[in-house]
Design a protein around this ligand. Structure first.
Ligand code: KG4
Ligand code: ZN
Length: 334
C-alpha cells in the first residue's frame, strides 16, 4: 500500500488536459490538447467556444492519458480536477467529467486550485524546501506567493491591473502577432540589437504588487505614433524594451521577497515562465545572489493536468477530499 495514482483533469481555459500522476511526483502521462488554433482568429479565448471544445475532446483526452500511463481505470485512487480560478463554463466540463468518474469508480474527488497546480509543477522536479517563494506569472495571474509550509499559501503581492502574460498578449496583438503573443515577443526580443527605453512600475518602495498597464500603454502609444508619422517601427527593439521592463520588475521584486522572508528557494511558474529572457535573467540573478531556483520544463509551465495532479496529491495525503456536489469557482482564492 501507500502508492497513490491520481487521474488529473484541467479545463480552466483553452487547454483540455488529463494526466496520470503517481505519488505526486512521477508523471505517467500528461496529454494536452490546445485550442489555440480555434481562438487565434478572435485574438483571444472565446469562453463559449472554449467550453464546447472541452466537451468535444475531454473523453478522448482522458482515455489517452490512461492508456499512455500504462495503468487502467481500476488502478486509480482518486480523480483530481481544477475547481478554479478560470472560465466557469470551461471549468464545469472538467468538473462534470471528474465527478462522473469518481462516482463510477467509487474513488475520491479532489478539487484543486489552478495556481496551486502551477506552483506544485515544481514538485514534479524535486522535493520542495520551506519556506519557499513562488513567482506565478501566467495569462491571468502575476503573484508572489509565500509558502511557509506545504500547502500553505500567502499571496504577498499581486498585479493591480494586467497580468504579465496578458500584457504580452496585448502588446503582441498591437504588433499584429498571433495569439498567444508571449512566445512571439520573446523571439523578437531575442533577435533585437538594442532595447527601446520604457518605464518600470516599481510602485511603493515596500510593495510586492505589480502593474503592467502603464508599460503596455507606453508600448501601444509608441506603435501608434510610428504608424501616424509613417515611420517604420523597429518591432524587435520595442519587444526587447518591453520584455526587459517586465523582467526587471519581476526579478527584482522576487529576489527582494526571497530575502525578506528568508525563503530557501524561489519557484518560477505559469505560462510566462516559458519565457527565455525571464529564465536567463532570473537564473543569472539567483546564481549571483546565492538563491536556489526551480523552474519547471516548458511543458509543465503552461496549462497542463500533471501540475493539477501534483497539487492534488498533497490534499490527498491530508485527506482533503471534495464532495460530489463541488461547484466550479471562477474566483477561487489560494
Ligand atoms: O499559465 P498559462 O498557460 O495560462 C494561464 O493560466 O493563464 O499562461 C498563458 C500565458 C499567455 O499569456 C502567453 O502569452 C504566456 O503565458 N506565454 C509567454 C511565453 N509562453 C507563454 N509569455 C512570454 N514568453 C513566453 N515564451
Ligand atoms: Zn494557468
Amino acid at each position: 500500500q501507500g502508492r497513490s495514482l491520481i487521474l488529473a483533469i484541467e479545463t480552466s481555459c483553452d487547454e483540455t488536459s488529463a494526466a496520470v500522476v503517481e505519488d505526486g511526483a512521477i508523471v505517467r502521462s500528461n496529454v494536452v490538447s490546445s485550442q489555440i488554433d480555434v481562438h487565434e482568429r478572435f485574438g483571444g479565448v472565446v469562453p463559449e467556444i472554449a467550453s464546447r471544445k472541452h466537451v468535444e475532446s475531454i473523453t478522448r483526452i482522458m482515455e489517452q492519458a490512461i492508456e499512455k500511463s500504462g495503468y487502467r481505470m481500476k488502478d486509480l485512487d482518486a480523480i483530481a480536477v481544477t475547481q478554479g480560478p478560470g472560465l466557469v463554463g470551461a471549468l464545469l466540463v472538467g468538473i462534470v467529467a471528474a465527478k462522473t468518474l469518481a462516482l463510477a469508480l467509487d474513488i475520491p474527488l479532489i478539487g484543486t486550485h489552478h495556481i496551486a497546480g502551477h506552483i506544485y509543477a515544481n514538485r514534479l522536479q524535486q522535493e520542495l524546501s520551506y519556506p519557499a517563494m513562488a513567482l506565478v506569472v501566467s495569462g491571468g495571474h502575476t503573484e508572489l506567493v509565500l509558502m511557509r509550509s506545504e500547502g500553505r499559501f500567502e499571496v504577498i503581492g499581486r498585479t493591480r491591473d494586467d497580468a504579465a502574460g496578458e500584457a504580452y498578449d496585448k502588446v503582441a496583438r498591437a504588433l499584429k502577432l498571433p495569439y498567444p503573443g508571449g512566445p512571439h515577443i520573446d523571439k523578437l526580443a531575442a533577435e533585437a540589437d538594442e532595447a527601446v527605453a520604457l518605464p518600470r512600475a516599481w510602485l511603493e518602495a515596500d510593495s510586492y504588487d505589480f502593474s503592467f498597464s502603464g508599460l503596455k500603454s507606453a508600448v501601444l502609444s509608441a506603435i501608434n505614433q510610428a504608424r501616424m508619422k509613417g515611420q517604420t517601427l523597429d518591432e524587435r527593439s520595442l519587444a526587447r524594451g518591453f520584455q526587459e521592463s517586465v523582467i526587471d520588475v519581476l526579478v527584482t521584486k522576487a529576489l527582494r521577497a526571497v530575502k525578506q522572508y528568508e525563503a530557501k528557494e524561489l519557484l518560477l511558474c505559469g505560462g510566462v515562465a516559458a519565457n527565455r529572457g525571464l529564465r536567463e535573467v532570473l537564473t543569472a540573478s539567483c546564481e549571483a545572489e546565492g538563491v536556489r531556483l526551480c523552474i519547471p520544463p516548458h511543458t509543465l509551465c503552461t496549462d497542463n493536468a500533471a501540475m493539477i495532479g501534483a497539487a492534488a496529491y498533497l490534499k490527498q495525503k491530508r485527506g482533503l477530499y471534495s464532495d460530489l456536489d463541488m461547484k466550479a469557482d471562477p474566483g477561487l482564492s489560494l
